[in-house]
Ligand binder design. Structure first.
Ligand SMILES: Nc1ncnc2c1ncn2[C@@H]1O[C@H](COP(=O)(O)OP(=O)(O)OP(=O)(O)O)[C@@H](O)[C@H]1O
Length: 708
């Protein structure tokens, strides 16, 4: 911390000066006794008495004035030091990038600002100045004690060491006795527990005698352990007091002897006695300060770890500015992993021309969002390079990159401020009309305008009171207001109802050409209109091309597309239905007559889920089969009391078909990761159909057997 104080040399000088004066007065005051007794009281010299009194009062007044100045200097010094430390910590946090925030949890970082900083503050404001004062007091006091009578000082010091060492030596024994007493208590409690629980058997088998003797033994053990503990504790308390008594006795005896031998005056003895007490008090204060210092040392280390953490994505020494407008964005052989062990992107190469609309699609976990994060330089590639117009993102200034592109993700964060502040942020160039326009384009203007405070509505709890769709559209409006050349969208429609999704897709259509749009989506209908679609699988690009080209390839894209077809959903997202052709594609309904499937299709009912809702719980008896119309679900299983995610299901996936055959407990929990719509059919409804056409049941049975 010293480096924070050195610029304030005057304040530091005043503070240190005040400490010296305070300590000197505190230690020197007892010495006045020697002169009062020897020079004033014994010879009854009133003038000397007045002189000493005047010196004492003058010194006292000086002490008061100097201490007030010292308090002021310390207040300013510590305040400045803490202010700088807080500012540096804040600056260090703002410089850090995504890998850093992945490493530390929110609580870890917040406690550095709260309890760690408070602990450091306590030490700077209180403990350290006290430490300085008391250490100086002990040193100066010892010096004076030696100068009054060195032999007596040596004797007293040796006694003090014994006084402090005694309890330390006994501490281990006290801990062991304590443990033994607790064990004896446990044994006694266990016996009583067994006796109470087994009272009927004890009576029936007439075992009272056995228990009486066993419990008697336990009580005896308790008595012995308790007595030993009591004696050790008493000894520990008694030892310092006894040592103190011996010390006082020694001081009195040896001091008296020195007085009789004329080696010490009465005043000198009184001064020695008082000073020794003062030094003792300072020494004891010091021992209380040590734990505080250790605690704050740890806090300071935790703060230093953040201060010294080099940013994972450092700003280049000579950052380059991006040209405007840019022509293209490239990923060349990019390999990247969040950890050293795994690669989430493997040798990905792609080019995105300015003004184009590109979509990243693919199964969940295939690396689409990761690619987007790298294109926004939230992470740097492990191998390969990402460039805009040939300029490597690692060499480009952050400000120029953020001006060029904006990333809108599913996890929209809104600040606890007004909607207006959230939309405009630091964009002072944007007018009220621009703000309304952006909100209209994002389809949120009407909603905001209908709130009583309109754009001045204050957002609470980071937007938790708003729906996911509202938050998402505010984030879109905020991005549009920044007029980025490159708009990166990560699953922005997944929290929206069908009507809002159509509006956002319409917005993308309108922005097309004027901006470069890159959208990650698992809903292929939204990607179909893109100029180029990149299909990710296992961190690689499996296919790319237009919607039509990809369908013709009959590869992964076409399979995903097929899976998502055949559903109808009302604009409010509350009513869904499935087409017979879609049911025919389910492996267990293949070959089943169309007429029967027609009847089955109407048996499905629509169910909606909120984020975090478990539609199926592990262990519960299942009697429904589900098909996901929209939304994402995680499948989790309990393994050794911990939930482990085993799969992600999304649009077009189905689950729970075993329930159509028989009532068996569900073998996993299926939980919505966002708002979702599913179609469900109950076992009873299904059976009304299979009673008439047992071949459906047989087909289902066969498929499930094959799968297992
Ligand atoms: N911050 C992270 N730390 C560690 N692993 C991560 C992180 N983010 C994603 N992953 C892992 O990286 C892999 C790719 O994830 P990514 O989110 O890029 O996939 P995705 O194709 O966008 O899938 P989804 O559609 O489910 O979001 C997944 O296995 C995921 O668990």
């Amino acid at each position: 911390m010293l480096k924070y104080f050195t610029p304030y040399k005057l304040l530091l000088g005043v503070f240190l000066g005040s400490v010296v004066v305070e300590v000197a007065y505190g230690v020197a005051a007892p010495i006045s006794l020697k002169y009062l007794v020897d020079e004033a009281f014994t010879p009854k010299d009133f003038h000397i008495f007045l002189l000493i009194l005047a010196i004492l009062v003058g010194g006292g007044l000086l002490h008061i004035v100097v201490s007030v100045c010292g308090d002021y200097a310390l207040g300013r010094l510590s305040g400045e030091g803490i202010r700088q430390l807080r500012t540096e910590l804040l600056g260090s946090l703002l410089r850090q990038a995504a890998p850093f925030y992945r490493r530390y949890r929110v609580g870890d970082l917040v406690t550095r600002f709260s309890s760690d900083m408070a602990s450091v503050e306590r030490v700077i404001r209180g403990t350290s100045p006290l430490l300085l004062r008391e250490t100086l007091g002990v040193l100066l006091g010892l010096f004076l004690l030696f100068s009054i009578e060195w032999k007596l000082t040596l004797v007293m010091l040796a006694g003090s060491v014994l006084m402090l060492a005694g309890p330390k030596l006994l501490q281990r024994r006290a801990e062991s006795d304590n443990l033994k007493y607790k064990e004896a208590q446990e044994r006694f409690t266990n016996t009583i527990d067994e006796m109470v629980k087994g009272q009927a058997t004890i009576k029936a088998l007439h075992q009272q005698g056995r228990f009486r003797s066993e419990a008697g033994q336990r009580i005896q053990q308790l008595f012995a352990a308790g007595f030993r503990l009591h004696m050790t504790n008493a000894f520990m308390e008694r030892l310092p007091l006894t040592a103190l008594m011996i010390l006082n006795g020694t001081m009195l005896g040896y001091g008296g002897y020195l007085i009789f031998e004329d080696e010490m005056t009465i005043g000198g003895f009184m001064a020695f006695f008082t000073l020794f007490m003062t030094v003792g008090q300072s020494g004891s204060n010091l021992s209380f300060l040590i734990p505080h210092l250790i605690e704050s040392g740890i806090s300071f280390q935790r703060i230093s770890a953040i201060l010294q953490h080099k940013p994972d994505l450092p700003e280049p020494a000579q950052p380059l500015e991006l040209p405007s407008p840019v022509a293209s964005l490239r990923m060349e052989n990019v390999t990247f992993g969040y950890t050293e062990e795994n690669d989430q992107l493997k040798e990905v190469s792609l080019q995105i021309p300015a003004g184009s609309y590109t979509a990243f699609v693919g199964p969940s976990g295939s690396g689409k969002s990761t690619a987007l994060q790298l294109l926004s330089r939230f992470y740097d590639p492990r191998q390969g390079r990402i460039s805009i117009d040939g300029l490597d993102l690692r060499e480009v200034s952050e400000a120029s990159l953020r001006k060029l592109s904006v990333l809108v993700t599913q996890d929209t964060f809104l600040f606890n401020s007004t909607i207006r502040d959230n939309l405009l942020l630091d964009n002072s160039a944007a007018t009220e009309a621009d703000m309304f326009d952006a909100a209209k384009q994002a389809g949120i203007h009407e909603v905001i305008a209908n709130w009583p405070a309109g754009y001045d509505t204050v957002i609470q709890s980071e937007g938790a009171t708003l729906s996911g769709g509202e938050r998402q559209r505010i984030a879109l409006a905020r991005a549009l207001l920044r007029e980025p050349q490159l708009l990166l969208l990560d699953e922005v429609t997944s929290a929206l109802d069908p009507a809002s999704e159509t509006a956002v897709n319409e917005l993308i259509r309108r922005l097309r050409g004027s901006r470069t749009i890159l959208s990650v989506t698992h809903r292929l209908a939204a990607a179909a209109a893109a100029d180029t679609i990149y299909v990710f699988q296992d961190g690689r690009i499996a296919e790319s091309g237009t919607h039509q080209e990809l369908l013709e390839r009959q590869g992964l894209y076409s399979a995903l597309w097929e899976k998502q077809q055949g559903f109808r959903l009302s604009q409010d997202g509350l009513h869904a239905s499935v087409e017979v052709e879609r049911l025919e594609k389910l492996p267990f309904f293949q070959g089943v007559e169309r007429a029967l499937l027609q009847e089955l299709a109407v048996l499905f009912s629509t169910e909606t889920c909120l984020e975090g809702e478990a539609i199926v719980r592990e262990g519960d008896e299942g009697n429904k089969f589900y098909i996901i119309v929209r939304g994402k679900f995680e499948v989790v299983k309990k393994l050794a009391d911990e939930e482990k995610r085993v799969a992600i299901l999304q649009d077009g996936d189905h689950f729970g078909e075993v329930a159509l055959l028989r009532n068996t407990p569900r073998n996993a929990t299926v939980r919505a990761l966002g708002p979702a719509v599913v179609l469900a059919v109950r076992q009873e409804a299904f059976h009304s159909l299979t009673d008439r056409s047992p071949q459906i049941l047989a087909s289902l049975q066969r498929t499930l057997e094959q799968r297992s």
